[in-house]
Design a protein around this ligand. Sequence first.
Ligand code: ADP
Ligand code: MG
Length: 450
Amino acid sequence: MPEQTYTKLFMPIKGLALSGTTLVIQVPSQYFVEQVEENWLEQLGIAVRKELGEDADLEYNVVVDMGAKGTGPLGYNMPAQHRTGKPAYPGQNGVDPFRQSNAYVGHHGNLSSQYSFENFVVADCNQLAVAAGQRICQAPGISGFNPLLIHGGVGIGKTHLIQAIGNRFKALYPNKVVIYVTLEQFFNQYVEAVRNNSTNDLSNFYMSVDMLIVDDIHFLAKKEATQEIFFNIFNRLHQNQKQIILTSDVPPRDLQDIKERLLSRFKWGVTADMHLPTFETRLAILHKKLENDGVSIPEDVLEYLASTIDTSVRELTGVLLSLIARGTLHTSEIDLNMARQVIQSVVDDVNDTPLNIETITKLVSEYYHISEDQLKEKTRKREIVIPRQVAMYLTKELTKSSLQIIGDFFGGKDHTTVLHAIRNVQKQMADNDDIRLAIDTLQRKLGGSH
Ligand code: ADP
Ligand code: MG
């Protein structure tokens, strides 16, 4: 590895203990965990096998030293744990599956303490889901809230939130068993269990927990046998008033190829949707991440990130991490220029969109969540008029289209209407934040701002 990486990333890591085959290391912050996991896990595995023997069944825990911030919500810092080599074996009878990893889950019921309510930004886009989650922590399993089904697009914080719920619940009731599992993991376990003739063990295991959190249930589609065993587990837990929490990338009505009797159960409790956050919330999320990592980045850079990357929070935090990494590696100041470069290398649809009236219209309609046809409608509704005026303004600014062409394109308006629209946008940009942000963001996406 490059020497710089070694100095910056590996020098600060301390070995805490080597007990049996478990190596415990301590890292300065969550940032290190992510860097190591993303880029160096394989090399680490090779190095450790070299030291401990070829078939070493290595497991390592990462302990984050949070310094003055104290310990995490569990009073025990273990944001990540990994296994290389052989899979784990079932725990002995009576072993708390939360503390102990076994055939089905890793330590701490697969929950990762990096996901907490403390580092989750609550806003309109997720408020309902958060409120339901907090309610469940206080009174798990009560009817009306069981199951909790959270749905929303990719990368908007569903996994973070449900893990935070699990962690909070576990902190409140240390003796209860909370298990987090993705549908894919569950599916793999089921396939394995069928092969080993141990599907009963699998059901019994999941039927005995106090809170079951299953992520990404849309993957149940077409997996009929998995649906069947999940149906039984669901019923048992529900009967015993054990809390079930589910997430899906799509709303329940769009879940496909899942048996009706299972689908209808998903809707027994609360269904809460999550949306893409607004600019302000995206900015708050960036601040929260930095606070956690103890890194600081100039405000104009953060605003630039928050206004440019509006596709998902995952993309946003991904770019932030790359930016921090680049700043660390080059030991240079993180500034707007560097941010632009990182965004260009990470987000591919920035700045390579061809500039014409169609692509502008498409971007504007996506930005305002309306259809391109609506933009061309004959209507005076404000929620259509403003986006249309914005689209007209951008087309005039960024292309060579005449007022007449623009008017024709947007449903046969005459050129004075177009001129009026453009003037109106120019006027509003001075004192209307929403319009200014829209223009800024769209211009950046279209590559026209520099
Ligand atoms: P999903 O499960 O919906 O695909 P994730 O929970 O994996 O999304 O979220 C993606 C990333 O965005 C994670 O790093 C998560 O911590 C972060 N994130 C999403 N929403 C928020 C929020 N409201 N506050 C803080 N971080 C968030
Ligand atoms: Mg997820």
